[in-house]
Design a binder for this molecule. Structure first.
Ligand code: KIV
Length: 279
């Protein structure tokens, strides 16, 4: 459990020691406070904010300004976790200048420590530029949701020999470029474990990638069961906040309707003599 500030050096040390790294997404101040209190090592302000908080059907529409807004809120609630800001679609793909400028915005405007971007060997030269400029990078390979239109849907990645080989090469290229961590999303467990074992310094953070990664990440709303919609196979719901929320709001509605809320203890008083003097 994190009791002092988690840094990039802490994550690298955890990989060396084989100590599991725990990451969770958060998008606002309340969740940031709660997950810090629970003791997470890393918070990802994921572009999943688009699906989870903003109601978009994919992460594609998410903008830099939306990411900055949510990352600032998370930073206000953060105490010890290492916070990673997720570079949204088209904030880094068009040119390295865009990418450097937008990555710098995360660090300068929000105070977060690192940025995450999707892609394999093709983004390694960019990762090298960012890390050389002092911007820590968490990479993301396997299922990369920003390319969902290209991938043809949300599917497990790396299942055939070419794809598995490419994933291993991508991971090695990203490590060589200086990424300190890499999300592996929807990757067969044995392949993720093999890729993890090959890497010397870059920690793998799995989501739907089995328990052989250096760490795990889940979307906070998924693990808390905030909604009762579709839930991917790799999610474990540790709570059912959907049912708790609906029941709580039903009770509130019922008590407002029968006027049992607000009760005596929720009510402010005034001396009757003051009221009597009113015209
Ligand atoms: O945006 C996000 O939340 C992510 C995680 C699923 C890793 O990229």
């Amino acid at each position: 459990m994190a009791t002092k500030n988690v840094t990039v050096a802490t994550i690298k040390e955890m990989k060396q020691k084989g100590e599991p790294i725990v990451m969770i997404t958060a998008y606002d101040v309340a969740m940031a406070r709660n997950v810090n209190e629970a003791g997470v090592d890393m918070i990802l302000v994921g572009d999943s904010v688009g699906n989870v908080m903003l109601g978009y059907s994919s992460t594609v529409p998410v903008t830099m300004d939306e990411m900055i807004h949510h990352t600032k809120a998370v930073m206000r609630g953060n105490s010890t976790a290492l916070v990673v800001g997720d570079m949204p679609f088209m904030s880094y793909q068009a040119s390295d200048i865009d990418a450097m400028y937008n990555a710098a915005r995360f660090l300068k405007e929000t105070g977060c420590t690192a940025v995450k971007l999707e892609g394999g060997a093709e983004v390694a030269p960019l990762v090298k530029k960012l890390t050389t400029a002092g911007i820590p990078v968490c990479a993301h390979i396997g299922l990369t949701p920003q390319s969902v239109n290209q991938l043809g849907g949300f599917k497990v990645q790396g299942k055939d020999i070419e794809a598995a080989q490419k994933m291993s090469e991508d991971a090695n290229a990203l490590e060589a470029a200086g990424a300190f961590a890499c999300v592996l999303e929807c990757v067969p467990a044995k392949l993720a474990a093999k890729v993890t074992a090959e890497l010397k310094t870059m920690a793998t953070i799995g989501i739907g990638a089995g328990n052989g990664c250096d760490g795990q990440v889940l979307v906070c709303n998924d693990l808390l069961g905030v909604s009762n919609g579709f839930c991917p196979k790799f999610v474990k719901k540790y709570a059912n906040l959907h049912d708790i929320t609906v029941e709580a709001v039903k009770s509130y509605i019922a008590e407002c309707k029968d006027r049992s809320f607000p009760a005596e203890e929720h009510t402010f008083k005034i001396d009757d003599s003051v009221l009597e003097k009113l015209y």
